[in-house]
Ligand binder design. Structure first.
Ligand SMILES: [Zn+2]
Length: 417
């Protein structure tokens, strides 16, 4: 018996039984993504926060009492979650912050936070007897689904991905043995095709926003942050935003912890978009609601956050609004510059979309959205090895050196200078 009480439309508040609906609100259509809600009164009475932290389950499954799983449900065997929360005092000092932590999600098995969502959807598939999972993705969600399915013999992955995705992400998909469709199309087009064909073929569609359970996986990052900080919340969490489901997932996680009485306040959520893909920033500034947003062209070096019509837009706008957060956008040059800045100040190598959060943190401080003596968690959503070409661009060219000691010493002197 599942512990879900209801599915509730983020937009109209319509309530549905989990058995009645698989994807989105029938009244609102695709913009009406669904919150998975539980009997929080019962959970509050039954669960103890430190007991969950101390339990023997690994990674995100230590939170399984707060996830949409039956008591004995199987989960994929890869260890997802339990990623480090690293203090970054040097970077904090440089930015004038009192404290800064980096949640290094690049340490997940396929090197991005999307592993949490794909593992959750795969666990749902196992529970519901679904065999074929399909997703559209800019790369990371697909790699995550391909990896999780490779580790779970009953499950097959079909991937719709733009041919323009970084080569490392495409290589991951192929190496994991997923059925890969490299489409001469944008992410938004791939998304629509994947959903349509999934419905026709009766595949289980993992598409972000469409599938309500991706958020349930992503919220476990918020649970971990809270536990790692001893349940004392930072002033803000800064996260880059494409479709909006990571920021929406964090919000749901923090909100549930407050509902359970395990934290006293939720951090403000600062959403960071690339200037070339900033539909949510524009909508928030112009006061346009999620239902009125229309697709627009999107282009940025940070492929993971390139989305012309963010699919979880209602949840993303709500996350920032309800936490009294802020939206900022940053140009690609600032995103590229943030890659070596983050790496050299902390040892964490981020892909462009993840480094965008650092560029956005600086922008939020400059615009007065964050006070200089505040405490902040920066979500590093994916590893830098996902997009080595962008990383190389961020540090410029280095010429080869002749294998001669005198030349080597001269070259080192020049590089120190
Ligand atoms: Zn609705």
């Amino acid at each position: 018996m599942s512990n879900i009480r209801e599915l509730r439309c983020v937009l109209c508040g319509g309530s549905y039984l989990p058995e009645a609906l698989e994807y989105v609100c029938p009244d609102c259509g695709e913009v009406g993504t669904l919150d998975v809600l539980y009997d929080y009164g019962r959970l509050r009475a039954q669960l103890d926060r430190d007991g969950l932290v101390a339990c023997t389950a690994e990674g995100m499954w230590r939170w399984r009492d707060l996830l949409p799983l039956e008591a004995e449900a199987r989960v994929p065997p890869l260890q997802v979650g339990d990623t480090p929360l690293l203090a970054a005092p040097r970077l904090a000092r440089e930015l004038g912050l009192r404290a800064l932590w980096l949640k290094d999600e690049g340490r997940n098995p396929t090197a991005s936070l999307k592993d949490r969502a794909s593992a959750m959807v795969a666990a749902r598939a196992l529970q519901c007897g679904r065999k074929v999972l399909a997703t559209a993705s800019t790369g990371n969600a697909a790699a995550a689904l391909a990896g999780v399915c490779a580790a779970t013999p009953e499950l097959d992955a079909i991937i719709f991905v733009p041919a323009s995705a970084p080569v490392a992400k495409i290589a991951q998909l192929l190496v994991y043995g997923a059925r890969v469709l490299l489409l001469d199309a944008s992410y938004d087009e791939a998304f629509d095709l994947c959903f349509r064909i999934s419905l026709e073929e009766d595949w289980y569609c993992r598409n972000t926003g469409i599938n309500p359970y991706t958020t349930e996986g992503k919220k476990t990052a918020a649970f971990e942050i809270a536990a790692q900080l001893g349940w004392e919340m930072p002033d803000a969490a800064v996260v880059s935003v494409g479709d909006g489901s990571i920021i929406g997932g964090l919000h749901k996680g923090f909100r549930e912890l407050r509902t359970l009485g395990w934290i006293e306040r939720e951090p403000r959520l600062i959403g960071v978009q690339a200037e070339g893909s900033s539909a949510l920033v524009q909508a928030a500034r112009q006061g346009i609601g999620a239902a009125a947003m229309r697709a627009q062209p999107a282009s940025t070096i940070a492929d993971s956050i390139s989305a012309g019509l963010p699919r979880d837009r209602a949840r993303a706008l709500r996350a920032v609004e309800r936490t009294y957060g802020a939206w900022v956008s940053v140009p690609d040059e600032a995103i590229l510059a943030a890659i070596p800045r983050l790496a050299q100040a902390s040892g964490v190598f981020a892909e462009p979309a993840a480094a965008a959060a650092l560029a956005g943190l600086e922008e939020a401080i400059a615009r007065g959205h964050l006070s200089r003596d505040g405490s902040v968690v920066l979500l590093v959503t994916g590893n830098g090895l996902k997009d080595v070409a962008a990383a190389r661009r961020s540090v410029g060219a280095v010429l080869p050196v002749a294998p001669d000691p005198a030349v080597i010493r001269m070259a080192l002197r020049e590089r120190v200078a």
